[in-house]
Design a protein around this ligand. Structure first.
Ligand code: ZN
Length: 468
Protein backbone atom coordinates (compact mmCIF):
# COMPACT_ATOMS: atom_id res chain seq x y z
CA UNK A 1 0.00 0.00 0.00
CA UNK A 2 2.65 2.51 1.10
CA UNK A 3 4.94 1.35 -1.71
CA UNK A 4 2.12 1.84 -4.23
CA UNK A 5 1.39 5.37 -2.97
CA UNK A 6 5.11 6.14 -2.98
CA UNK A 7 5.51 4.97 -6.59
CA UNK A 8 2.30 6.62 -7.77
CA UNK A 9 3.20 9.95 -6.14
CA UNK A 10 6.82 9.95 -7.26
CA UNK A 11 6.60 8.65 -10.80
CA UNK A 12 3.08 8.02 -12.10
CA UNK A 13 1.06 11.08 -11.20
CA UNK A 14 2.99 14.20 -12.01
CA UNK A 15 -0.16 16.14 -12.96
CA UNK A 16 1.51 18.31 -15.56
CA UNK A 17 -1.92 19.40 -16.79
CA UNK A 18 -4.27 21.24 -14.47
CA UNK A 19 -7.24 19.61 -16.20
CA UNK A 20 -6.06 16.09 -15.39
CA UNK A 21 -5.51 17.10 -11.75
CA UNK A 22 -9.05 18.47 -11.62
CA UNK A 23 -10.50 15.28 -13.11
CA UNK A 24 -8.66 13.24 -10.49
CA UNK A 25 -9.90 15.53 -7.72
CA UNK A 26 -13.47 15.39 -8.97
CA UNK A 27 -13.60 11.59 -9.06
CA UNK A 28 -11.90 11.17 -5.68
CA UNK A 29 -13.94 13.89 -4.01
CA UNK A 30 -17.25 12.54 -5.28
CA UNK A 31 -16.46 9.07 -4.01
CA UNK A 32 -15.21 10.44 -0.68
CA UNK A 33 -18.29 12.63 -0.09
CA UNK A 34 -20.67 9.74 -0.77
CA UNK A 35 -18.97 7.74 1.97
CA UNK A 36 -18.56 10.72 4.32
CA UNK A 37 -22.32 11.15 4.55
CA UNK A 38 -22.60 7.62 5.92
CA UNK A 39 -19.38 7.51 7.88
CA UNK A 40 -19.63 10.73 9.91
CA UNK A 41 -22.64 11.36 12.08
CA UNK A 42 -22.27 15.14 11.70
CA UNK A 43 -23.33 14.87 8.05
CA UNK A 44 -25.99 12.16 8.33
CA UNK A 45 -28.81 14.52 9.11
CA UNK A 46 -27.71 17.49 7.08
CA UNK A 47 -30.03 18.35 4.24
CA UNK A 48 -27.40 19.80 1.94
CA UNK A 49 -25.00 16.95 1.51
CA UNK A 50 -27.79 14.65 0.41
CA UNK A 51 -28.12 16.56 -2.83
CA UNK A 52 -28.53 14.42 -5.90
CA UNK A 53 -25.44 16.07 -7.34
CA UNK A 54 -23.22 13.50 -5.66
CA UNK A 55 -24.84 10.68 -7.53
CA UNK A 56 -24.54 12.35 -10.87
CA UNK A 57 -23.05 10.02 -13.46
CA UNK A 58 -20.94 12.80 -14.98
CA UNK A 59 -17.37 11.49 -14.88
CA UNK A 60 -15.80 14.89 -14.46
CA UNK A 61 -16.72 18.41 -13.58
CA UNK A 62 -15.85 21.20 -11.24
CA UNK A 63 -14.88 19.85 -7.80
CA UNK A 64 -16.13 23.07 -6.17
CA UNK A 65 -19.65 22.22 -7.35
CA UNK A 66 -19.63 19.02 -5.32
CA UNK A 67 -18.98 20.93 -2.12
CA UNK A 68 -21.35 23.84 -2.41
CA UNK A 69 -24.02 22.30 -0.15
CA UNK A 70 -21.61 21.19 2.56
CA UNK A 71 -21.34 23.49 5.60
CA UNK A 72 -17.97 25.19 6.14
CA UNK A 73 -16.36 24.31 9.48
CA UNK A 74 -13.29 25.44 11.45
CA UNK A 75 -11.21 24.38 14.42
CA UNK A 76 -13.89 25.41 16.94
CA UNK A 77 -16.56 23.29 15.20
CA UNK A 78 -14.13 20.39 14.87
CA UNK A 79 -13.43 20.40 18.60
CA UNK A 80 -17.05 21.01 19.66
CA UNK A 81 -18.41 18.30 17.34
CA UNK A 82 -15.42 16.03 17.73
CA UNK A 83 -17.35 12.78 18.26
CA UNK A 84 -19.68 13.42 15.29
CA UNK A 85 -16.74 14.23 13.03
CA UNK A 86 -14.67 11.11 13.62
CA UNK A 87 -15.46 7.72 12.15
CA UNK A 88 -15.62 5.73 15.40
CA UNK A 89 -17.73 8.23 17.36
CA UNK A 90 -14.98 8.69 19.94
CA UNK A 91 -15.93 11.41 22.41
CA UNK A 92 -13.66 14.34 23.16
CA UNK A 93 -13.15 13.62 26.87
CA UNK A 94 -11.94 10.06 26.36
CA UNK A 95 -9.68 11.12 23.51
CA UNK A 96 -8.25 13.99 25.59
CA UNK A 97 -7.60 11.64 28.51
CA UNK A 98 -5.59 9.25 26.34
CA UNK A 99 -3.69 12.01 24.57
CA UNK A 100 -2.85 13.89 27.80
CA UNK A 101 -1.62 10.74 29.51
CA UNK A 102 0.68 10.09 26.55
CA UNK A 103 2.00 13.67 26.69
CA UNK A 104 2.64 13.56 30.44
CA UNK A 105 4.41 10.21 30.34
CA UNK A 106 6.19 11.01 27.06
CA UNK A 107 5.01 7.57 25.96
CA UNK A 108 3.17 7.89 22.72
CA UNK A 109 2.21 4.29 22.10
CA UNK A 110 -1.38 4.12 23.36
CA UNK A 111 -3.84 3.60 20.57
CA UNK A 112 -7.56 3.13 20.39
CA UNK A 113 -9.09 0.76 17.89
CA UNK A 114 -5.76 1.04 16.04
CA UNK A 115 -6.15 4.82 15.70
CA UNK A 116 -3.42 7.15 16.89
CA UNK A 117 -4.67 10.02 19.05
CA UNK A 118 -2.62 13.18 18.95
CA UNK A 119 -2.82 16.55 20.64
CA UNK A 120 -1.70 19.59 18.70
CA UNK A 121 0.28 22.27 20.45
CA UNK A 122 -2.33 24.94 19.67
CA UNK A 123 -0.77 28.37 19.15
CA UNK A 124 -4.01 30.10 19.93
CA UNK A 125 -6.78 28.86 22.13
CA UNK A 126 -7.42 25.26 23.03
CA UNK A 127 -5.21 22.38 21.91
CA UNK A 128 -6.65 20.39 19.04
CA UNK A 129 -7.23 16.64 19.00
CA UNK A 130 -6.57 14.57 15.95
CA UNK A 131 -6.91 10.96 14.89
CA UNK A 132 -4.83 9.07 12.39
CA UNK A 133 -5.37 5.52 11.09
CA UNK A 134 -2.51 3.15 10.21
CA UNK A 135 -3.23 3.57 6.49
CA UNK A 136 -3.16 7.36 6.83
CA UNK A 137 0.11 7.13 8.73
CA UNK A 138 1.74 5.09 5.97
CA UNK A 139 0.32 7.42 3.32
CA UNK A 140 1.85 10.35 5.20
CA UNK A 141 5.30 8.73 5.21
CA UNK A 142 5.02 7.60 1.59
CA UNK A 143 4.05 11.06 0.34
CA UNK A 144 6.79 12.82 2.33
CA UNK A 145 9.42 10.42 1.01
CA UNK A 146 8.09 10.41 -2.57
CA UNK A 147 7.89 14.18 -2.81
CA UNK A 148 10.71 15.18 -0.48
CA UNK A 149 13.68 12.92 -1.25
CA UNK A 150 16.19 14.23 -3.74
CA UNK A 151 17.59 11.77 -6.29
CA UNK A 152 20.63 10.87 -4.15
CA UNK A 153 18.50 10.20 -1.06
CA UNK A 154 16.12 8.15 -3.18
CA UNK A 155 19.00 6.08 -4.53
CA UNK A 156 20.19 5.48 -1.01
CA UNK A 157 16.74 4.36 0.08
CA UNK A 158 16.31 1.94 -2.80
CA UNK A 159 19.74 0.38 -3.28
CA UNK A 160 20.21 -2.36 -0.69
CA UNK A 161 24.02 -2.23 -0.70
CA UNK A 162 24.07 1.41 0.43
CA UNK A 163 23.69 2.52 4.07
CA UNK A 164 20.11 2.90 5.30
CA UNK A 165 18.75 6.44 5.06
CA UNK A 166 18.87 8.20 8.45
CA UNK A 167 16.18 10.78 9.20
CA UNK A 168 16.21 12.92 12.36
CA UNK A 169 12.82 14.28 13.42
CA UNK A 170 12.57 17.11 15.94
CA UNK A 171 8.97 17.21 17.01
CA UNK A 172 6.91 18.55 19.83
CA UNK A 173 5.10 15.31 20.45
CA UNK A 174 6.13 11.99 19.07
CA UNK A 175 2.78 10.25 19.04
CA UNK A 176 3.11 6.86 17.49
CA UNK A 177 2.58 8.54 14.15
CA UNK A 178 6.29 8.28 13.58
CA UNK A 179 7.09 5.04 15.37
CA UNK A 180 7.10 1.77 13.54
CA UNK A 181 7.77 3.50 10.23
CA UNK A 182 11.42 2.49 10.16
CA UNK A 183 12.62 -0.39 8.04
CA UNK A 184 15.90 -1.92 6.96
CA UNK A 185 16.33 0.90 4.45
CA UNK A 186 15.08 3.68 6.67
CA UNK A 187 16.03 4.75 10.20
CA UNK A 188 14.02 7.38 12.04
CA UNK A 189 15.32 9.02 15.20
CA UNK A 190 12.92 11.10 17.23
CA UNK A 191 14.21 14.08 19.22
CA UNK A 192 11.90 15.28 21.97
CA UNK A 193 11.92 19.08 22.10
CA UNK A 194 11.41 19.00 25.84
CA UNK A 195 14.74 17.23 26.40
CA UNK A 196 17.93 19.04 27.48
CA UNK A 197 19.37 21.01 24.53
CA UNK A 198 22.86 19.67 25.15
CA UNK A 199 21.59 16.12 25.18
CA UNK A 200 19.72 16.69 21.90
CA UNK A 201 22.84 18.07 20.28
CA UNK A 202 24.98 15.13 21.40
CA UNK A 203 22.45 12.59 20.17
CA UNK A 204 22.20 14.37 16.84
CA UNK A 205 25.98 14.36 16.49
CA UNK A 206 25.98 10.64 17.19
CA UNK A 207 23.11 9.82 14.82
CA UNK A 208 24.62 11.75 11.87
CA UNK A 209 21.38 12.14 9.89
CA UNK A 210 21.20 12.37 6.12
CA UNK A 211 17.95 14.29 6.50
CA UNK A 212 16.97 16.66 9.29
CA UNK A 213 13.32 17.60 9.90
CA UNK A 214 12.60 20.28 12.52
CA UNK A 215 10.51 23.41 13.16
CA UNK A 216 12.15 26.65 12.01
CA UNK A 217 12.98 27.78 15.56
CA UNK A 218 14.93 24.57 16.21
CA UNK A 219 16.81 24.87 12.91
CA UNK A 220 17.75 28.44 13.84
CA UNK A 221 18.83 27.33 17.30
CA UNK A 222 20.96 24.52 15.87
CA UNK A 223 22.58 26.85 13.36
CA UNK A 224 23.36 29.57 15.91
CA UNK A 225 24.14 27.79 19.14
CA UNK A 226 26.03 24.77 17.95
CA UNK A 227 29.02 26.33 16.23
CA UNK A 228 32.03 24.10 16.76
CA UNK A 229 29.95 21.60 18.72
CA UNK A 230 28.00 19.99 15.94
CA UNK A 231 29.38 18.61 12.68
CA UNK A 232 26.76 16.88 10.55
CA UNK A 233 28.95 15.34 7.88
CA UNK A 234 26.31 13.22 6.16
CA UNK A 235 23.59 15.90 6.12
CA UNK A 236 22.09 16.34 2.67
CA UNK A 237 18.55 17.68 3.13
CA UNK A 238 16.92 19.91 5.74
CA UNK A 239 13.16 20.35 6.10
CA UNK A 240 11.40 23.04 8.08
CA UNK A 241 8.19 21.57 9.47
CA UNK A 242 5.23 23.29 11.06
CA UNK A 243 6.58 26.84 11.52
CA UNK A 244 7.06 29.87 9.30
CA UNK A 245 10.69 30.19 8.21
CA UNK A 246 11.59 33.83 7.51
CA UNK A 247 14.01 34.49 4.63
CA UNK A 248 16.77 35.78 6.93
CA UNK A 249 16.69 32.61 9.03
CA UNK A 250 16.65 30.49 5.88
CA UNK A 251 19.90 32.12 4.77
CA UNK A 252 21.52 31.65 8.20
CA UNK A 253 20.66 27.93 8.20
CA UNK A 254 21.92 27.49 4.65
CA UNK A 255 25.18 29.25 5.51
CA UNK A 256 25.73 27.14 8.62
CA UNK A 257 24.97 23.70 7.17
CA UNK A 258 25.55 24.25 3.45
CA UNK A 259 22.08 22.88 2.71
CA UNK A 260 19.11 24.92 1.53
CA UNK A 261 16.11 24.22 3.79
CA UNK A 262 12.99 22.79 2.13
CA UNK A 263 9.47 22.99 3.50
CA UNK A 264 7.06 20.43 4.87
CA UNK A 265 3.79 22.28 5.34
CA UNK A 266 1.91 20.21 7.85
CA UNK A 267 -0.33 20.76 10.81
CA UNK A 268 -2.96 18.94 12.81
CA UNK A 269 -5.15 19.13 9.76
CA UNK A 270 -2.77 17.03 7.69
CA UNK A 271 0.12 17.11 5.28
CA UNK A 272 -0.85 20.11 3.19
CA UNK A 273 2.23 20.61 1.05
CA UNK A 274 5.89 19.89 0.53
CA UNK A 275 8.77 21.38 -1.46
CA UNK A 276 9.47 19.88 -4.88
CA UNK A 277 12.88 19.00 -6.31
CA UNK A 278 13.19 22.59 -7.55
CA UNK A 279 12.80 23.82 -3.99
CA UNK A 280 9.31 25.32 -4.36
CA UNK A 281 6.40 24.54 -2.08
CA UNK A 282 3.36 22.95 -3.75
CA UNK A 283 0.06 22.07 -2.13
CA UNK A 284 -0.80 18.36 -2.05
CA UNK A 285 -3.79 18.87 -4.27
CA UNK A 286 -3.87 15.21 -5.27
CA UNK A 287 -4.92 14.35 -1.69
CA UNK A 288 -6.67 17.53 -0.56
CA UNK A 289 -9.02 19.88 -2.39
CA UNK A 290 -8.35 23.53 -1.52
CA UNK A 291 -10.91 26.32 -1.75
CA UNK A 292 -9.52 29.82 -1.29
CA UNK A 293 -10.85 32.62 0.88
CA UNK A 294 -9.04 35.56 -0.68
CA UNK A 295 -7.60 38.35 1.48
CA UNK A 296 -6.09 40.31 -1.40
CA UNK A 297 -5.05 39.37 -4.92
CA UNK A 298 -2.29 36.99 -3.76
CA UNK A 299 -3.02 35.94 -0.18
CA UNK A 300 -5.72 33.59 1.01
CA UNK A 301 -6.98 31.41 3.84
CA UNK A 302 -7.14 27.81 2.62
CA UNK A 303 -10.42 25.94 3.10
CA UNK A 304 -9.53 22.30 2.76
CA UNK A 305 -11.33 19.06 2.04
CA UNK A 306 -9.07 16.10 2.64
CA UNK A 307 -10.42 13.32 0.43
CA UNK A 308 -7.70 10.88 1.48
CA UNK A 309 -8.61 10.82 5.15
CA UNK A 310 -11.32 8.59 6.58
CA UNK A 311 -10.71 8.61 10.37
CA UNK A 312 -11.67 12.26 10.85
CA UNK A 313 -13.69 14.54 8.58
CA UNK A 314 -11.91 17.58 7.24
CA UNK A 315 -14.55 18.84 4.83
CA UNK A 316 -14.58 22.55 3.94
CA UNK A 317 -12.37 23.15 6.95
CA UNK A 318 -11.12 26.74 7.13
CA UNK A 319 -7.57 27.24 8.33
CA UNK A 320 -6.27 30.34 10.10
CA UNK A 321 -3.10 30.15 8.02
CA UNK A 322 -2.45 32.73 5.34
CA UNK A 323 -0.79 31.48 2.15
CA UNK A 324 0.67 33.54 -0.66
CA UNK A 325 0.36 32.14 -4.14
CA UNK A 326 3.16 32.13 -6.72
CA UNK A 327 1.53 32.19 -10.15
CA UNK A 328 4.72 31.34 -12.06
CA UNK A 329 5.05 27.81 -13.46
CA UNK A 330 7.60 25.68 -11.61
CA UNK A 331 10.56 23.99 -13.36
CA UNK A 332 9.32 20.68 -11.87
CA UNK A 333 6.34 21.03 -14.26
CA UNK A 334 3.63 20.03 -11.82
CA UNK A 335 0.34 21.88 -12.08
CA UNK A 336 -0.22 21.61 -8.32
CA UNK A 337 -0.55 25.08 -6.82
CA UNK A 338 2.78 26.77 -6.16
CA UNK A 339 2.99 28.66 -2.87
CA UNK A 340 5.43 31.51 -2.50
CA UNK A 341 5.26 31.37 1.27
CA UNK A 342 3.22 30.49 4.29
CA UNK A 343 2.78 34.10 5.37
CA UNK A 344 1.55 33.35 8.87
CA UNK A 345 -1.69 32.98 10.77
CA UNK A 346 -4.71 35.21 11.10
CA UNK A 347 -3.68 36.30 14.61
CA UNK A 348 -0.30 37.40 13.28
CA UNK A 349 -1.86 40.10 11.13
CA UNK A 350 -1.49 43.53 12.74
CA UNK A 351 -4.13 46.21 12.11
CA UNK A 352 -3.60 49.94 11.95
CA UNK A 353 -6.01 52.81 11.46
CA UNK A 354 -5.70 54.99 8.44
CA UNK A 355 -4.21 58.37 9.11
CA UNK A 356 -6.35 61.50 8.71
CA UNK A 357 -4.35 62.57 5.64
CA UNK A 358 -5.74 59.68 3.65
CA UNK A 359 -9.33 60.30 4.67
CA UNK A 360 -9.19 63.93 3.57
CA UNK A 361 -7.67 62.89 0.24
CA UNK A 362 -10.97 61.29 -0.59
CA UNK A 363 -10.18 57.67 0.20
CA UNK A 364 -13.02 55.45 1.29
CA UNK A 365 -13.38 54.76 4.95
CA UNK A 366 -14.21 57.59 7.31
CA UNK A 367 -13.02 57.37 10.93
CA UNK A 368 -15.15 54.84 12.75
CA UNK A 369 -15.66 52.84 9.59
CA UNK A 370 -14.38 49.25 9.88
CA UNK A 371 -12.63 49.62 6.56
CA UNK A 372 -10.52 52.40 8.07
CA UNK A 373 -8.39 49.65 9.67
CA UNK A 374 -5.78 48.20 7.36
CA UNK A 375 -3.91 44.92 7.75
CA UNK A 376 -0.14 44.68 7.88
CA UNK A 377 0.74 41.08 7.03
CA UNK A 378 3.39 39.21 9.05
CA UNK A 379 5.83 38.94 6.13
CA UNK A 380 5.98 42.76 5.98
CA UNK A 381 6.53 42.92 9.74
CA UNK A 382 9.36 40.37 9.60
CA UNK A 383 10.94 42.28 6.71
CA UNK A 384 10.72 45.53 8.64
CA UNK A 385 12.29 44.06 11.78
CA UNK A 386 15.11 42.42 9.84
CA UNK A 387 16.01 45.40 7.72
CA UNK A 388 15.76 47.73 10.71
CA UNK A 389 18.28 45.92 12.90
CA UNK A 390 19.96 42.71 11.73
CA UNK A 391 21.68 42.59 15.11
CA UNK A 392 18.46 41.45 16.83
CA UNK A 393 18.67 37.78 17.79
CA UNK A 394 14.96 37.39 18.33
CA UNK A 395 11.90 39.50 18.97
CA UNK A 396 8.28 39.32 19.97
CA UNK A 397 5.65 41.84 18.93
CA UNK A 398 2.28 42.02 20.62
CA UNK A 399 -0.37 44.44 19.44
CA UNK A 400 -3.00 45.71 21.87
CA UNK A 401 -5.85 48.05 20.98
CA UNK A 402 -3.87 51.12 22.07
CA UNK A 403 -0.19 50.15 21.79
CA UNK A 404 2.43 47.98 20.19
CA UNK A 405 4.65 46.09 22.63
CA UNK A 406 8.09 44.98 21.44
CA UNK A 407 10.44 42.61 23.20
CA UNK A 408 13.93 42.48 21.73
CA UNK A 409 16.62 39.88 22.32
CA UNK A 410 19.84 41.83 21.79
CA UNK A 411 23.42 40.64 22.17
CA UNK A 412 25.13 42.24 25.18
CA UNK A 413 27.53 43.99 22.82
CA UNK A 414 24.71 45.83 21.02
CA UNK A 415 24.12 49.56 21.52
CA UNK A 416 20.61 48.89 22.73
CA UNK A 417 19.50 52.55 22.93
CA UNK A 418 20.47 53.10 19.31
CA UNK A 419 18.80 49.90 18.14
CA UNK A 420 15.58 50.78 19.93
CA UNK A 421 15.58 54.34 18.55
CA UNK A 422 16.13 53.01 15.04
CA UNK A 423 13.33 50.48 15.29
CA UNK A 424 10.90 53.09 16.58
CA UNK A 425 11.82 55.41 13.71
CA UNK A 426 11.51 52.67 11.10
CA UNK A 427 8.08 51.63 12.36
CA UNK A 428 6.87 55.25 12.29
CA UNK A 429 8.24 55.81 8.80
CA UNK A 430 6.89 52.59 7.35
CA UNK A 431 3.39 53.20 8.69
CA UNK A 432 3.50 56.79 7.51
CA UNK A 433 4.40 55.62 4.00
CA UNK A 434 1.35 53.38 4.11
CA UNK A 435 -0.71 56.33 5.41
CA UNK A 436 -1.44 54.49 8.64
CA UNK A 437 -1.33 55.79 12.18
CA UNK A 438 1.48 54.57 14.41
CA UNK A 439 0.34 53.68 17.94
CA UNK A 440 2.66 54.22 20.93
CA UNK A 441 5.53 51.69 20.84
CA UNK A 442 6.45 50.21 24.21
CA UNK A 443 9.75 48.37 24.61
CA UNK A 444 9.85 45.60 27.20
CA UNK A 445 12.62 43.37 28.55
CA UNK A 446 13.18 40.13 26.63
CA UNK A 447 11.67 37.01 28.14
CA UNK A 448 13.07 33.71 26.95
CA UNK A 449 10.59 31.16 25.65
CA UNK A 450 9.72 27.99 27.53
CA UNK A 451 11.67 25.01 26.20
CA UNK A 452 9.74 23.27 23.45
CA UNK A 453 7.29 26.18 23.12
CA UNK A 454 6.12 27.13 19.67
CA UNK A 455 7.79 30.19 18.22
CA UNK A 456 5.36 33.09 18.15
CA UNK A 457 7.03 36.32 17.08
CA UNK A 458 4.03 38.38 16.07
CA UNK A 459 0.66 38.43 17.72
CA UNK A 460 -2.30 40.74 17.46
CA UNK A 461 -4.71 40.88 20.36
CA UNK A 462 -6.98 43.34 18.56
CA UNK A 463 -10.24 41.57 17.92
CA UNK A 464 -12.42 42.20 14.90
CA UNK A 465 -14.99 43.82 17.18
CA UNK A 466 -12.37 46.39 18.34
CA UNK A 467 -11.90 47.47 14.76
CA UNK A 468 -15.47 48.67 14.35
ZN1 ZN B 1 7.93 22.53 -8.30
Amino acid sequence: MAVWIFGRTRWLQRFKLRSSLQRWQYRRLRQFLRQARIRFQFYRNQAGPKSAHHFSPIPNGDPAGLLQDWPPINKAVMQAEFSALNAIGLDRQSALGIARRAEAERDFRPQLQSLTIGLSSGTSGKPGLFLVSPVERLTWAAVILARGLDSISLRQLLLPWLQPLRIALFLRANSNLYEGLGSRRLQFAWFDLLAEPQQLRERLQQFQPHILVAPASVLVWLSKESDGLLALRALRQIFNAAEVLPAADRLAIEKRFGVRPQEIYQCTEGLLGISCQSGNLHLNEDFIYFEKEWLDERRFHPVLTDFSRSSQAFIRYRLDDILEIDPRPCPCQTSRLRIKQVVGRADEVLYFQRSAARDSSGGPGAPGDASAWQPLFPDSVRQLMYSSAAVIRDYQITQYADRLVLQLDLPTTAQSDQVVARIRKDWQQRLKQLQLMCPPIVIQAWQAREPGAKQIRIRSLIKAVDRI
